[in-house]
Design a protein around this ligand. Structure first.
Ligand code: SAM
Length: 466
């Protein structure tokens, strides 16, 4: 019988202990750890089934804004609700927070989330996602925004990369007027909420294909079936006819509804605290000091994949519209991202030496594609530095939990999970448990280039710092 089914059967016959009125998942974690210790081989689990009381789909504020490669909330929930991994009221650090899945689940579980991300859009989404807004205030502000937008005739022009590809001139001007009306919201935190709503509208009303994370112009093709081409034509018509203020109201109401759902579960949750923009250099909240060593009881994070997701390109429209990065600043932002798709301009000073088996992997890649070798070397090196930083800030006895996917570079397997495990071991941090879940839910996992393969399973690596 597959392991998760056996555990589920056991669960049915057993009254699970609870914390905060929710199932304490420690008994499942202990079972899995025992299973792992038998052979030290990864244990296959299906988190969706393991914590099947966590519902799928549009839950809490998880879907407040799109973001590539979101983590399955069940995984975060599982570790945050196991008393063995929990120190009451403790901080949970996600140094690669993305859209804030871990941060939201942490705040719902009454824990303070510390987050960092190289992409400012990720930090904005995470902030908004975790904030327990007053829904009535949001409704009043939304009405005022729409009124102002109807009144305004002019607004500052916003620089958008390849704007003509995505918007007609009148549409772009409407969106600029709407943005001006949003920027007039005095309360900064409420303004952030509406910026998130605005960003969704700006993407929806663009001619970018809604089924692809990076902006790609939607157009009919001879190679498509007639049915698909008809759908594309209908969608393009909708984009040109849609009433932008009606769309803004719809998106805003749906997001207020999400806030209400999260408030119903935990109205006292704390917003995430930003601890920097680089997982390799974590900072004290609002401070200029490095984040204190040995201060974090739990790190729970999903690092970027090697040559996989284009986080900056996926959010480029949002970054431009919200002024988080102008069209000229996107490549600079990408240069700061781990897992970037291009070779660093200058030879990066932070390149560190790698274990022999990875040197052998890199030399195989080099034979096929020297450029990819450089990209992969940079990725592994950056990941090593980020891991050292996680180890530095973790408390003794604290856990570091990483969710990673393996992939292939030029047809050669890149075993990121093994790389992380080896790295941790050489830093004196032993693996406590290795689980494997099949990916079905990761948002937007597409094959991005001919030299990197699709990631189909992910490893959940649990380390304990001595
Ligand atoms: C796999 S995603 C995280 C997804 C997240 N768990 C979620 O549920 O949305 C990896 C994230 O790492 C971020 N990232 C890349 N380089 C980084 C760096 N140097 N420091 C911090 N974050 C970085 C990317 O911007 C991306 O948001």
């Amino acid at each position: 019988m597959p392991y998760s089914r056996a555990v589920n059967k056991e669960k049915e016959e057993f009254q699970a202990p609870q914390i905060d009125g929710l199932v304490d998942t420690s008994f499942l974690a202990e079972e899995l750890r025992r299973e792992y210790r038998k052979s030290h081989e990864p244990v296959e689990v299906e988190f969706r089934k393991l914590v099947n009381w966590v519902r799928l789909g549009d839950q809490l504020t998880h879907q407040i804004h799109q973001y590539p490669a979101k983590l399955l909330p069940h995984i975060a929930h599982f570790f945050l609700h196991a008393s063995t991994f929990r120190s009451e009221g403790g901080v949970v650090l996600d140094p690669f927070c993305g859209s804030g899945t871990v941060a939201l689940e942490s705040s719902i579980a009454n824990r303070q989330a510390y987050v960092s991300d190289a992409n400012p859009m990720a930090l904005l989404i995470t902030k908004v996602k975790t904030t327990p807004y007053d829904a009535d205030q949001l409704v009043l502000e939304a009405v005022a925004i729409v009124k102002r937008a109807k009144r305004y005739r002019l607004a500052p022009s916003i620089g958008i990369v390849n704007a003509d590809l995505w918007y007609s001139n009148p549409r772009k001007q409407q969106l600029e007027i709407l943005l001006r009306a949003v920027r007039d919201v005095e309360d900064k935190s409420a303004q952030d909420f509406f910026l998130i709503c605005f960003s969704t509208v700006a993407r929806r009303l663009s001619a970018a294909d809604p089924s692809i994370s990076v902006p790609v112009r939607l157009k009919t093709k001879e190679s498509f079936s007639q049915a698909i081409n008809l759908k594309i034509v209908a969608h393009l018509k909708w984009i040109s006819d849609a009433d932008y203020l009606e769309e803004f109201s719809n998106v805003t109401l749906a997001n207020i509804d999400r806030v209400l759902r999260a408030n119903a579960v935990n109205p006292n949750r704390k917003s995430a605290t930003v601890v920097g923009e680089d997982a390799r250099l974590l900072m004290e909240p609002k401070g200029s000091e490095r984040l204190k060593s040995a201060s974090i009881p739990m790190v729970l994070t999903s690092p970027p994949y090697g040559s996989a997701q284009k986080y900056v390109r996926s959010t480029s429209l949002a970054l431009n519209w919200l002024g988080l990065a102008g069209p000229q600043e996107l490549s600079e932002l990408e240069a700061k991202s781990i897992g970037r798709e291009h070779v660093a301009q200058k030879r990066n000073a932070l390149l560190c030496s790698l274990p022999a088996n990875y040197e052998s992997f890199l030399s195989q890649v080099k034979k096929v594609n020297p450029r990819r070798e450089k990209i992969s070397r940079q990725y592994l090196s950056d990941l090593s530095v980020a891991m050292s930083e996680m180890i530095r800030v973790a408390k003794s006895g604290g856990h570091i939990i990483l969710i990673v996917g393996n992939n292939e570079v030029c047809g050669i397997p890149l075993t990121t999970d093994q790389f992380i495990t080896d790295n941790m071991r050489s830093a004196g941090v032993d693996i406590d448990m290795h689980l494997i879940d099949k990916i079905k839910s990761r948002g937007l996992m597409t094959k991005r280039n001919t030299t990197a393969s699709v990631i189909s399973r992910e490893s959940i690596l649990v380390f304990k710092k001595r």
